[in-house]
Design a protein around this ligand. Structure first.
Ligand code: SF4
Length: 372
């Protein structure tokens, strides 16, 4: 029996054409880091994220100039867009009127009657709302003196606040929303999302916020989100990086692929190398050359790249193709079958040739099946 994550049963929230929750693929989000009113720069980041495989992009709407830029940005985006709003209820209404597919709000910083106005407008226009609860902005209960030993109480308060807002939205007749419970601490992220998941069927947007630069964020996000995702919790994710949105998308997709929640079109399985590595210059050189050669490949394929014969044939047997380093000339496998032995400097070219042959064969099979 194959291992498979059993997803938590959630209802679906529609963000434009993108369904979030239910049995739908877990989507990957990012956020632009430009001034939103710089339309060209914002679109450059959105398009780069699209090319990397993003499903939905969030843009900050801090002022009127940003709100006025939204129609043009929407016009040129292929993915649904979310407006990130803080405090200013008027900007949320502007964003919805401009056609934004979703607004992300921290309901604690909008007055109740104004919040209801936003919910009514979203309902009327068929848009979504993300209820964003952040550890950093949660108000302690009246009379509660918070100190650093009260993490659990504050985490519970985050969840209780989120549940209260869900109930309030539903009492206003609105259900097209999702929730995020974000903290910069992976353990708090795990606790709050787990608890919320037990209490409701509302789809969850997950992220470890303010997680740092590329390396720090990758570790924290993969610990926090990976733990939850492996338990079936989470419907859409963002890897929050102080850096390029494309990295957020790339790592988000890799994380989901590592748990078999999304399929990567090119999966390169390479060994870490050790004293047995027989590849000239080390297996890293070979793995990077394969990565480079596979860039832009559109099909679905797994290629293993191993430095020596110890695990090489076994890993190749689990992949579509495998190359295994050996002194002077490496081995090329198609699944378990050894195809040939090739000088190390010609291994990548030989691999690409075999992939092309396989592609042509699959295409021909498809044409025959279509005619049958
Ligand atoms: S496959 Fe060979 S070279 Fe690579 S880590 Fe394992 S033993 Fe070392």
């Amino acid at each position: 029996m194959a291992f498979k994550v059993e997803r938590r049963k959630t209802r679906t929230c529609m963000v434009g054409h993108l369904p979030i929750g239910g049995d739908h693929l877990i989507s990957v989000q990012t956020m632009t880091k430009t001034k939103t009113d710089d339309v060209a720069a914002t679109l450059r980041q959105i398009h780069a994220a699209q090319d990397a495989g993003v499903d939905v992009v969030r843009v900050a709407v801090p002022d009127k100039a940003a709100a006025q830029a939204l129609p043009e940005i929407l016009r040129q985006s292929r993915v649904p867009l979310i407006a990130d709003i803080h405090y200013a209820h008027g900007l949320a209404l502007d964003a919805l009127d401009a056609g934004m597919h979703c607004v992300r709000l921290n309901p604690g910083n909008v007055k109740l009657d104004l919040m209801q106005k936003i919910v009514d407008r979203a309902h009327q226009l068929g848009r979504a709302i993300r209820i964003g609860i952040n550890a950093g902005s949660i108000e302690p209960r009246k009379g509660l003196q918070v100190n650093k030993d009260m993490e659990l109480e504050m985490a519970d308060l985050m969840v209780d606040t989120a549940v209260e807002w869900c109930e309030r939205f539903e009492s206003w007749g609105f259900r097209n929303f999702k929730v995020s419970l974000k903290s910069s601490d992976p353990l708090t992220t795990i606790y709050t999302n787990r608890r919320f998941a037990r209490l409701t069927d509302v789809p969850l947007h997950m992220g470890v916020t303010e997680a740092g630069t590329l390396e720090a964020s990758t570790v924290k996000s993969c610990v926090g989100l990976g733990t939850l995702l492996s338990e079936g919790i989470g419907d859409t994710i963002r890897i929050s990086i102080t850096g390029n949105p494309v990295d957020e998308v790339r790592i988000g997709l890799d994380l989901l692929a590592s748990l078999r929640l999304r399929k990567k079109n090119v999966d390169i399985v390479s060994c870490p190398s050790c004293g047995r590595d027989e590849v000239d210059g080390g297996v890293e050189v070979l793995a990077r050359a394969v990565e480079e050669a596979m860039k832009g490949y559109k099909g679905n394929i797994t290629v293993s790249v191993l430095g020596c014969i110890v695990n090489g044939p076994g890993e190749a047997g689990q992949a579509d193709f495998g190359i295994v380093g050996a002194k002077d000339a490496g081995y090329l496998y198609k699944g378990e079958k050894l195809l040939c032995r090739v000088p190390n400097d010609k291994l990548v070219a030989a691999l690409m040739k075999e992939i092309a042959i396989e592609e042509a064969r699959r295409k021909a099979d498809k044409s025959v099946a279509a005619l049958a």
